[in-house]
Structures are given as structure tokens and as C-alpha cells.
Design a protein around this ligand. Structure first.
Ligand SMILES: *Cc1c(COP(=O)(O)O)cnc(C)c1O
Length: 390
């Protein structure tokens, strides 16, 4: 595989590699492709692929946050006095585990604040299990200082959680704060901007794609929208790429929480994408506009981190037709979104399938990881999931 070449100034931003030298794998989802095209009169058909961000490296429970950290680590290391990395998340947060794991790699301590009020605990039948297994256990295995709290106070756009930072400083530590999901970090969007270049390179070398009779590109890319910088980074990266190459990939963010409205998130993603754009050479605000942001909120369900029966069914479906394991909080909702789009043409407007040249449409599902949280949801999953008739 040829190496990614980033244009300047993007290429000059320091990067600390955590992932393998080779790009994360992209493969055809043959079972799900068959599933969406079955009983469909639509010609030509849709082909579904997956990019395995959960298999991009060797570190604990690989997932999308590591790519963000590849650009944050140089900033941590530049501050020579940092002793501990501090972050927070929901009780079953994947992000916190990736921070704890990354901290080990660079020889720092890690303090993790887990909020009981965010995520699935409220709906868990077996609350004791939810409080112990999955990502909570992993944080402990990694030796993070885990603090489970029922305070609803979280760090947000206004800045980090001051009390815990003050407390650590009083103990002689020099903390480095990373917000939940790392999206508010000024460098948080760069990892997925780089990923856009990786995807473009893979498009050229993937025979299953180039020989599909379609555009030779991923016409649609589906990804979770949580804290937002995965989506925003991809949008900024593709914008930069498309300055020099003609193409029109559409990145679609599937919202995973009903807490904030779609319009709020659209505005937020635009802001994050522009912030990243500014760093990589899209200085003009108008390089990225509201028209570049596509968000879908039909699959948010009852709450962030709450597994509903349709999402549980998507987990079973992907496992049974493609042996693909999804996570209950993000990727299963993204899969529902992509399948609804592919099967029903339910949204994105009527033009979604009508490629001008009447060729195959190619869609890419970004698998961002998180499967380890499944064990915490066993109770709800076994109560609510039904197998989907194939
Ligand atoms: C954090 C996370 C996401 C969401 O990514 P954001 O950049 O926060 O939007 C998606 N999938 C998984 C598995 C995650 O852990």
C-alpha cells in the first residue's frame, strides 16, 4: 500500500503513531449487501463495505479515540511536567479506556471519572453488573485511578472539570485534561481528517470497489456522531482532499443521543469541522458550510447508551449475516441508519440512489469499536432482542 501524502500545512503537524503502519482494513459486507438488495427492484444495486477502526492497532480495545490521540500526544509530551492524564465519560465509556491505554504507552498515570448518570445504568436490570464489567473493568485492569461519581457536573464547552484538577494539583500532580471523546480538544479532529486521506488511498487499491462498476469511490460514508470530532474530522479531511480531486463523497453522521437536537449538533459539527479545517489548510470559513453537514437523528432511541430492541436486533443481524460484531451504544445505531437508507430509501431524499451514470452505489460503514461494552448490556439484550427474519 502506498503511503498517505498529506498536503502542507497538514503534513507538518506532529503525529505520534499508535496504530499499525498499514491502514485499518476495509472489507465488503457481503451478507449485509445481499440482505439490503434482496427483494429490491432497485437496479443497479448497493454495495456495503466496512472500515475497521476497531482493528487499526494492537492497543487495548482498539477504537476511534486512538486516532485522535495520535495528534494529541505530541502536545502532552511537549509539556514536560505532565504526570497524569485526566478524562471523563459515561460509566461504560470506550473513550476512557483508550485514554487509560494511551497513557500507559507514553508512561503517564491516568485518572478516569465515570458518570453514573450518563448512559445505560438507569435502564439496566442488573445494575451491579453494569457498574463492574466491560469498560469499567478494563479501566481497572489498565491501572487507571477510576472514580465513579453520581455528580451530573461534567466538563463541557466551558472547560475542564475544575474540582478534580485542583484536587490532583493539591496532591502534587500535573494533570492534562482531555474532554469526553476528545472533541473539544483543539487537535481532536485531526486524526479523522487524516483518515479521510487514508480512505481515499484505499479506494484506489480495493478491487472489490474498483470493479463494482460504480464510481470507484465510497459515495456515502456512515459514521457515529457522539462527541462529534470523528465526523467533523472526516468532513474537514474530505473537503481538503476534494480541493484537488473531483469527487463528491457524502459523510453521514448518525446521531447516538437524543439529549441535544439535530440542529444544535449540526451547528456544533460545523464549528468543529471548521476548527480542524483551519489547522489543515482550509483557512476560509466558507470552505466548509452547513451544506456539508448531514446528520440523521432517527436512531437515537430513548437515550444515550440505552439499548432498545431495534438496536439489539441490528447487533444480531450483523453477527448472523456477516459475523460482524457491533457495539450497543454507537455502531449498532449507525448500522441501523445505513440499512434503513439502503433498504427503504427512507431519508436523504429521493435522489439518494440515482447515481447520474446509473451505476452501483458504494457505502462505507465506519466501525469505531466499543464491543467490550456488550457484556454490560447482557440483561437488556436478552430481554429485548429478537432475531431478524432473513
Ligand atoms: C466515542 C465513540 C464514537 C463516537 O465518536 P465521536 O468522535 O465522539 O463522535 C463512536 N463509536 C464508538 C465505539 C465510540 O467509542
Amino acid at each position: 500500500m502506498a503511503a498517505i501524502t498529506l498536503p502542507s500545512p497538514f503534513s507538518t503537524i506532529p503525529l505520534y503513531r499508535l496504530s499499525y503502519d498499514s491502514p485499518s482494513p476495509v472489507h465488503l459486507l457481503s451478507g449485509l449487501t445481499q440482505y439490503v438488495n434482496k427483494n429490491s427492484s432497485r437496479q443497479p444495486q448497493i454495495r456495503l463495505f466496512s472500515k475497521r477502526e476497531d482493528q487499526a492497532g494492537s492497543l487495548t480495545c482498539y477504537g476511534n479515540k486512538y486516532r485522535k490521540f495520535e495528534y494529541i500526544i505530541p502536545d502532552i509530551l511537549a509539556r514536560k511536567d505532565v504526570t497524569t492524564i485526566v478524562t471523563e465519560g459515561a460509566l461504560q465509556s470506550n473513550h476512557t479506556v483508550q485514554v487509560a491505554s494511551m497513557a500507559r504507552v507514553i508512561g503517564k498515570k491516568c485518572t478516569v471519572l465515570l458518570h453514573m448518570g450518563i448512559g445505560g445504568l438507569r435502564k439496566a436490570v442488573d445494575k451491579d453488573t453494569f457498574l463492574k464489567v466491560g469498560n469499567v473493568q478494563l479501566n481497572r485492569i489498565l491501572g487507571a485511578d477510576v472514580r465513579i461519581t453520581d455528580e451530573t457536573d461534567t466538563g463541557d464547552e466551558n472547560g475542564p472539570l475544575v474540582p478534580i484538577l485542583d484536587q490532583l494539583k493539591a496532591q502534587g500532580e500535573h494533570p492534562y485534561w482531555i474532554s469526553s471523546g476528545a472533541s473539544l480538544h483543539p487537535l481532536g479532529g485531526l486524526g479523522y481528517a487524516r483518515c479521510a486521506f487514508e480512505i481515499a488511498l484505499q479506494e484506489k487499491e480495493l478491487t472489490a470497489l474498483t470493479e463494482s462498476g460504480g464510481s470507484g469511490r465510497f459515495d456515502y460514508i456512515f459514521v457515529a456522531c457522539g462527541s462529534g470530532s470523528t465526523l467533523a474530522g472526516l468532513i474537514a479531511g474530505f473537503k481538503l482532499l476534494e480541493k484537488t480531486t473531483q469527487s463528491n463523497r457524502q459523510v453521514i453522521g448518525i446521531m447516538t443521543s437524543p439529549t441535544k437536537s439535530r440542529s444544535y449538533q449540526e451547528e456544533r459539527i460545523l464549528r468543529l469541522a471548521r476548527k480542524t479545517g483551519h489547522l489543515i489548510g482550509l483557512e476560509d470559513e466558507n470552505n466548509i458550510t452547513a451544506q456539508d453537514i448531514h446528520l440523521e437523528d432517527a436512531f437515537v432511541g430513548e437515550g444515550y447508551g440505552i439499548l432498545d430492541h431495534k438496536t439489539a436486533e441490528a447487533i444480531n443481524l450483523a453477527a448472523q449475516v456477516d459475523s460482524l460484531l457491533l457495539d450497543p451504544v454507537y455502531t449498532a445505531k449507525v448500522m441501523r441508519g445505513m440499512l434503513a437508507w439502503a433498504k427503504d430509501n427512507r431519508w436523504l431524499g429521493d435522489s439518494a440512489f440515482s447515481n447520474q451514470d446509473n451505476s452501483t452505489t458504494n457505502a462505507l460503514f465506519i466501525h469505531t469499536g466499543g464491543q467490550i461494552a456488550l457484556s454490560a448490556y447482557e440483561d437488556v439484550w436478552s430481554r429485548d432482542s429478537r432475531d431478524v427474519a432473513l
